[in-house]
Design a protein around this ligand. Structure first.
Ligand code: GLA
Length: 692
C-alpha cells in the first residue's frame, strides 16, 4: 500500500514532465500517416470511361501526386435520379487511386444541382438582382438560402458521409465549390430570412432605426417587411448588415453539410472549403471557423506571379484560422477565364508551388488533371492533353512532387511563426468600398504596400483579424481599420498597454459596427491613447510633399490632418505646402502608452517612405529578420517547430542569384552544402536548420 502511495506520488510529480515530453502540437492540415506536404490534382473520373482510370492514376503516381480531389461536380453521376444513388463507380475510383498510393478528398457536389432537381424545384434556382431567374446549365445556380435546396444538399452529403466516412483512403472533405461566389438569390424567401435575421439581431425597429439613423432621407421603418435587400447606394447600415447576412447564410449553408458529415465521418477526416484569397463576398474569419483548416484556389490569371501579392494572399488564408492551409487548386500553367490566358514561364509553376509551402500550405493541387472533351473549360491548363499523354508542364510538376517528397519529413509539424501582424477587417473593407470618397483609395492595395515593406525586412508577416489574439506579436499594423467598435478598440488598447506597438493607417477608427460615424474624431476610441486626433481628412487631387524622421517623399490619394496633440505625442512626419489646410501639419504621430506604443500614419505614403516607415516600426518594436539579408528578387520564408527551422529560398527573378547563409544548414533539394546557396533563374532551395 505504502509502495503504491509512493508510486502515485511520483506519478503525480512527474506528470507535468510527461505532458512536456509530448510531441509538438500536430498541424491540422497535415494528415497523420501520410506525407506532411502533398502534391495533388483535381480529377474527374465521372467524365471518362473506367478503362482509362488506371492510366491516369499511373501517370499521377509517376509524378508523385499523392492526393486527388474528386466528386465536387458529380451529383448527377452519384444520384442520377431522385433518391437513386450510384456510388459503385466511386468506390472503384477511390480504391484504384489507393492502389496507386493516392488518397482522395471528396467534394460535396452542391455547386451543381442536377437537372432533375432544378426541373422538379425551379424555385431553388437563384433570382438575380434584375428579377430574372437563372437557368440550369451553369454552376452555382441554386439559392443558398433555399430550405428545399438545403434539404437536398443535406441528403446527398449524408449519403456520401455514410458511404465514405470510414473509408481509409478518403482523408477529408471539401464542402461545395467556392461557395457559389457568395451569390445570393433576390427572391422572397431570402428577403424574408433577411428580415427575420435583422429582427433577431436588433429586437425592435426603434433600435434598428436608431442604429442606421433612418431619420435621414425618410428611411424610418415601421414594419420589418418594409426593409429591402440593398442593391447598392443604400443606407450604409443596411449595406453592411446585408454583408453580415450573406456571411450568415453561407456559413449556415456550410454548417448544414458539416453537421451531417461530422455525425458520420471519422474525426481523422478533415472538412474544409476552397476559398479565393481576397474575394470579399463574405467574412472569411466567420465562415472558416467551423472548418478543420482553410484552403484556397490560387490563380494568377493574366501575366506572371507577383510574389508580394500572392504571398499576401497565402498569409491572409493562413490567418483565417491562424493555421497552415491547403492550396486546393492552382493553375497548371494557364487558365481559360482571364483577359489573356498566357502560360507561366518555365520554372514559374515550381516557384508558385514552393511559395505556397513556404507560406504554410501543406498541399498544392493542380486544377485540373485533364480537360473534359466538352464543357465550359476546354482551354484550361492541364497536366495531360486531350490525348491523355503528358503535356510539357507534367515534368515540372513531377519535379515538384519529387521535391515535396524529399522535404516533407523536415516540414512535418512546422508552420510559419511571425513577430509582425497585419490586421484585416472585412467590415472596414466593405465600409470603405461602399463610400470610397476617392475612387483611387484601394484598401487592399494599401495593405499590400505595408505588407511588401514589412515582409521584405522581417521576412515573416501574419495577416489576421483585428479580433485575433495579439499578445505574441511585437508589432501590429492596421492599415485601414475604418470600422473600430469599442470592444475591438479595447482589445487593441490592451495589446498596447501590455507592451505592443500598434500602428494605424489612414481612415482608422472612424466608424462603429453599424457603419455609422463614431461620435468622436478618428481614431475614435483610440484617440486618447494616441494623444491626438484627425482634424480633417482630404481626398487628394495631387501628391503632397511630406518630410520628417523617415526622410522626404510624397503622400498620395488620401491625407489626414492630425492635431490636438498631447505634450508627449511626437510628430514623425509633416506635410509640406499643399492645399493650405495640410501645410506644415502632422502626418504621422507616435506616443508611448502603457508599456507599449501607438503610432498613427495619416496618409498613403510613397514606396521609399513606406520602406523607411517599415524599418522604423520594426526597429522600434525589436523585430529582427528571420533569416538575414537576401538579394533582390529572392523571397525567404521560415516554417518552424520545436527544435528546427526550415527556410525556403525562392528566386522569383529570371537571373541567377546567390544567398549567403547566416550559418551552416542542410540543403534539402540537392544543392551543395556550403556557406553560399546558388539559385538559378526561378531557383528554389529548402534549408533545414536543426539547431535547438
Ligand atoms: C475555379 C473552380 C474550378 C475551375 C477553376 C478554373 O477555381 O473551383 O472548378 O473552374 O476555377 O480556373
Amino acid at each position: 500500500m505504502r509502495l503504491l502511495r509512493l508510486f502515485l506520488c511520483f506519478a503525480v510529480l512527474l506528470c507535468p514532465l510527461f505532458v512536456f515530453a509530448q510531441p509538438a502540437a500536430t498541424v491540422p492540415s497535415q494528415i497523420p500517416g501520410h506525407d506532411a506536404v502533398l502534391l495533388g490534382t483535381a480529377w474527374y473520373p465521372e467524365q471518362w470511361p473506367e478503362s482509362r482510370w488506371d492510366e491516369d492514376l499511373r501517370l499521377m503516381e509517376a509524378a508523385n501526386i499523392k492526393v486527388v480531389r474528386i466528386t465536387e461536380f458529380a451529383w448527377s453521376r452519384m444520384e442520377p435520379s431522385e433518391g437513386h444513388y450510384d456510388f459503385e463507380w466511386l468506390d472503384r475510383a477511390i480504391a484504384l487511386a489507393a492502389k496507386h498510393h493516392i488518397v482522395s478528398v471528396l467534394g460535396t457536389p452542391t455547386a451543381t444541382p442536377p437537372a432533375w432537381l432544378t426541373l422538379k424545384h425551379p424555385e431553388i434556382l437563384r433570382v438575380e438582382q434584375d428579377g430574372q431567374r437563372v437557368t440550369h446549365g451553369n454552376r452555382a445556380h441554386a439559392s443558398a438560402a433555399s430550405v428545399i435546396y438545403r434539404d437536398y444538399c443535406r441528403k446527398i452529403a449524408e449519403q456520401m458521409a455514410a458511404r465514405y466516412g470510414k473509408n481509409p483512403n478518403v482523408v477529408g472533405w471539401q464542402i461545395d465549390n467556392e461557395y457559389g461566389y457568395a451569390l445570393m438569390s433576390y427572391d422572397d424567401e431570402t428577403r424574408g430570412q433577411f428580415r427575420q435575421w435583422l429582427k433577431a439581431k436588433y429586437g425592435t425597429l426603434d433600435n434598428l432605426n436608431a442604429r442606421w439613423t433612418t431619420a435621414y432621407w425618410s428611411q424610418t421603418y415601421d414594419d420589418w417587411n418594409e426593409i429591402p435587400i440593398p442593391v447598392g447606394g443604400h443606407n450604409p447600415g443596411l449595406m453592411l448588415e446585408w454583408k453580415h447576412f450573406v456571411t450568415t447564410t453561407w456559413t449556415d449553408y456550410q454548417r448544414n453539410q458539416i453537421d451531417v458529415l461530422r455525425a458520420r465521418v471519422e474525426p481523422r477526416q478533415f472538412i474544409t472549403g476552397n476559398f479565393m484569397g481576397f474575394f470579399d463576398g463574405f467574412d472569411h474569419y466567420t465562415i472558416t471557423e467551423p472548418l478543420t483548416f482553410a484552403a484556397w484556389d490560387d490563380y494568377v490569371g493574366s501575366g506572371h506571379l507577383d510574389a508580394v501579392s500572392n504571398g499576401l494572399s497565402h498569409d491572409l488564408t493562413r490567418g483565417f484560422k491562424r493555421e497552415n492551409f491547403w492550396v486546393m487548386e492552382t493553375q497548371p500553367g494557364m487558365v481559360n477565364w482571364s483577359k489573356l490566358n498566357n502560360f507561366l514561364n518555365k520554372g514559374e509553376v515550381r516557384v508558385m508551388a514552393w511559395q505556397a509551402v513556404a507560406h504554410g500550405a501543406d498541399e498544392v493541387g493542380y486544377w485540373q488533371w485533364r480537360s473534359a472533351l466538352n464543357g465550359q473549360e476546354e482551354y484550361h491548363g492541364t497536366l495531360v492533353g486531350a490525348d491523355g499523354t503528358p503535356v510539357p508542364l507534367y515534368e515540372e510538376v513531377s519535379q515538384i512532387g519529387r521535391e515535396f517528397s524529399a522535404a516533407q519529413e523536415a516540414l512535418r509539424g512546422t508552420s510559419p511563426v511571425s513577430d509582425v501582424a497585419l490586421l484585416y477587417s472585412y467590415d472596414s473593407h466593405w465600409a470603405i468600398q461602399s463610400q470610397k470618397h476617392t475612387e483611387k483609395y484601394d484598401d487592399i492595395g494599401l495593405l499590400k504596400s505595408y505588407y511588401g515593406a514589412l515582409r521584405k525586412l522581417s521576412q515573416s508577416v501574419d495577416v489576421i483579424s483585428a479580433k485575433a489574439p495579439l499578445r505574441s506579436y511585437k508589432l501590429v499594423v492596421a492599415p485601414s481599420l475604418n470600422v473600430l467598435p469599442k470592444d475591438v478598440a479595447d482589445h487593441l488598447l490592451e495589446y498596447v498597454h501590455d507592451g505592443g506597438h500598434l500602428v494605424l493607417g489612414p481612415r482608422s477608427g472612424m466608424k462603429d459596427e453599424f457603419n455609422g460615424l463614431l461620435p468622436q474624431r478618428q481614431p475614435g476610441y483610440l484617440k486618447d491613447a494616441l494623444g491626438g486626433r484627425v482634424e480633417q481628412f482630404y481626398a487628394l487631387e495631387k501628391n503632397v510633399p511630406v518630410s520628417g524622421t523617415w526622410g522626404t517623399g510624397e503622400a498620395s490619394v488620401w491625407a489626414e490632418q492630425l492635431g490636438s496633440l498631447a505634450s508627449d505625442t511626437k510628430v514623425l512626419l509633416s506635410y509640406g505646402k499643399s492645399n493650405g489646410w495640410l501645410d506644415d501639419q502632422a502626418a504621422v504621430v507616435t506616443r508611448s502608452y502603457g508599456k507599449g506604443r501607438i503610432t498613427y500614419v495619416a496618409a498613403v505614403l510613397d514606396e521609399k517612405l513606406m520602406a523607411a516607415a517599415a524599418e522604423w516600426m520594426l526597429q522600434d518594436s525589436g523585430v529582427r529578420p528571420v533569416f538575414g539579408a537576401v538579394p533582390e528578387g529572392v523571397e525567404v520564408s521560415r516554417r518552424r517547430s520545436a527544435g528546427k527551422d526550415i527556410f525556403v529560398l525562392i528566386n522569383t527573378s529570371q537571373e541567377a542569384r546567390s544567398v549567403t547563409l547566416p550559418h551552416k544548414m542542410k540543403l534539402l533539394l540537392g544543392g551543395k552544402d556550403g556557406s553560399i546557396v546558388a539559385l538559378g533563374p526561378y531557383g528554389v532551395e529548402v534549408l533545414l536548420d536543426a539547431r535547438p
